[in-house]
Ligand binder design. Structure first.
Ligand code: TEU
Ligand code: CA
Length: 549
């Protein structure tokens, strides 16, 4: 299989698999995932049937925030390999028909990036300083932060450059991640060169980290009220550091670069903004192609709530951009665990971390959710391990945890555990040749490993493989914006996208399908004509039929 180079719209209907590189596959046995490991496992992704992979940051980094602290945008972290290894991954992925999306981190660099070192060494007032946000502290001794902004990882968003000097620098994330100043006249050109560097190497697009954060109000005013200090500050017009209109001008410039390539390269924005209306501002034929929709991350397992999310997202986007669907990623509690605890929001899921959880129920619902999101119009993201039904690992000892994010204690390590490949008796279940990975694996994960699930008709892996194959087969051009709902009671989601009908039962009673319904896939087991509670079924509806019930 290979893809069609002339299909410039592939991103409108793609299934994109997120590679958390450090935890995917270890090629040299040092316990850390790497590019050789990824290349060796590309056939697995080919067999899974994904259209593209998004690889989390692979650049040189001190590793303060899992590589989201970049010290060289045009290199490869030696732990992960070399530029030649990256080239080999890109070439081999393309040979297998898989497109490659890299991760761009334009909101901040590492404090070890030469730009920051140069800026920090320069005198106040020197032009080198303009690349970041330096300000004198408040108070007579300048020992108070310049304003009241808070880091997303906890504490003030400012760190003093030297213990006694007047100047502080801004970091909306860790202190090792100083925020870039996008009003610096040279910076845009620097990033154009970074885009070209990777596009020239053949990558198909970029995921843009913190895409809602690049521009700041140059006055750096205090946030007014406690409630403005939230991540989703975009509800207020003119938030001083989130979701500002100037940011979109940066993306217009990037789009011109992406469009100058053949085939054109694409962008997906990680923009945490308030609602699809605001997200839409980023999306247009002269700005970004698509953006993650995080609506499902906090959505409870509830038919009305899910339907509202789906309807609002599709209506909010109109035809400006394809819908996107995300159930999990490397920043949030895995959805097997969220659904097993029946949380009603992402915040609640975080508050209930470590509480008793029904993982059988969570897995049952996660299987149904997979069929739901893979049937919807648009593109769907699968986070590595979703296809195996992995749950959050919540009992990691504090001593092995690495995530600096103190505001989401105990951090995000529990969704970043190495992938279990085979029950080979090693503690990391075949992840690498060494005893254990950079984070320890639960002993029980041997039974969830790829080799165990491979070929088992009831496994989560088999469900995903079959679903992706059916999705590919039944898709027709034009399906991207097509969704037709059927009314089947308050606890049931039933809809058709082109020739694919989907019924999800979120209630307590079984739902019987029409006797003639051609059920092609079920997330449950037993009679395919009955959709049991917490399961979903796919029905082939040729010629847009409606014979579901
Ligand atoms: O995340 C952006 C971000 O806002 C995160 O704080 C996220 O909202 C939070 O973890 C949700 O639980 C991106 C990356 O995905 C994340 O891994 C990085 O830590 C962050 O940027 C800084 O680069
Ligand atoms: Ca390795």
């Amino acid at each position: 299989m290979s893809y069609d180079d002339a299909d410039h719209d592939w991103w409108q209907h793609a299934v994109i698999y997120q590679i958390y590189l450090r935890s995917f596959a270890d090629g040299n046995g040092d316990g850390i995932g790497d590019l050789t490991g990824l290349r060796q496992r590309l056939p697995y992704l080919h067999e899974l049937g994904v259209d593209a992979i998004w690889i989390t940051p692979w650049y040189p980094t001190p590793g303060v925030d899992g590589g989201y602290d970049v010290s060289d945008y045009c290199g490869i972290n030696p732990e992960y390999g070399t530029l030649a290894d990256a080239d080999a991954v890109i070439a081999e992925a393309h040979r297998l028909g898989i497109r490659v999306i890299a991760d761009l981190v334009p909101n901040h660099t590492s404090d070890q990036h030469p730009w920051f070192r140069r800026a920090a060494a320069a005198e106040p007032g020197d032009a080198a300083r303009d690349r970041y946000w330096f300000r004198p502290g408040r108070g007579e001794r300048a020992d108070q932060p310049p304003n009241n902004w808070q880091s997303l990882f906890g504490g003030p968003a400012w760190t003093r450059l030297t213990p006694d000097g007047p100047d502080w620098y801004l970091h909306l994330f860790a202190a090792g991640q100083p925020d870039l100043n996008w009003t610096d006249p040279q910076l845009a050109g620097e990033f154009d060169a970074v885009l070209r560097f990777w596009f020239d190497r053949g990558i198909d697009g970029f995921r843009i980290d913190v895409a809602h954060g690049l521009s700041k109000d140059p006055q750096l005013p205090d946030l007014l009220a406690e409630d403005e200090q939230t991540l989703l500050g975009g509800a207020q017009q003119g938030h001083p550091h989130w979701d500002r209109d100037e940011t979109i001008d940066i993306y217009r410039r990037w789009r011109a670069v992406a469009d100058s390539y053949d085939p054109p390269r694409v962008f997906v924005a990680e923009a945490w903004v308030e609602g699809t209306e605001r997200l839409r501002r980023y999306l247009s034929p002269d700005a970004l192609h698509s953006a993650f929709n995080f609506g499902l991350l906090g959505c409870p397992w509830d038919a009305a709530a899910l339907r509202r999310e789906i309807v609002d997202h599709l209506a909010g986007l109109g035809r400006t951009a394809p819908a996107t669907w995300v159930l999990s990623n490397h920043d949030v509690i895995r959805h097997v665990t969220r659904y097993g605890r029946a949380q009603t929001s992402l915040d609640e899921a975080r508050q209930r971390y470590g509480e008793p959880v029904d993982l059988d129920l969570g897995r049952r619902r996660a299987r149904a959710a997979a069929l739901l999101t893979l049937a919807l119009p648009g593109s769907t993201y699968v986070y590595q391990g979703d296809e195996l039904g992995l749950a959050e690992v919540e009992d990691l000892p504090a001593a092995v945890r690495q995530d600096p994010n103190a505001s989401e204690a105990p951090g995000r390590d529990g969704c970043r555990i190495p992938i279990p490949w085979a029950p080979d008796g090693t503690p990391s279940h075949g992840f690498g040749a060494t005893d254990r990975g950079w984070l320890p694996s639960p002993p029980g994960w041997a039974g969830l490993s790829v080799a165990v699930q491979d070929g088992d008709p009831d496994s989560s892996l088999t469900l995903y493989r079959t679903a992706l194959a059916v999705r590919r087969k039944l898709r027709a051009p034009g399906d991207e914006h097509d969704l037709h709902w059927f009314e089947a009671g308050p606890a049931v989601l039933a809809f058709r996208r082109g020739a694919l009908g989907c019924v999800v039962n979120l209630g307590a009673e079984p739902v019987r399908l029409n006797a003639g319904a051609n059920v092609v896939l079920s997330s449950g087991s037993g009679d395919p004509g009955v959709v049991e509670p917490d399961t979903a079924a796919w029905v082939h509806l040729p010629a847009g039929g409606d014979e579901l019930f």
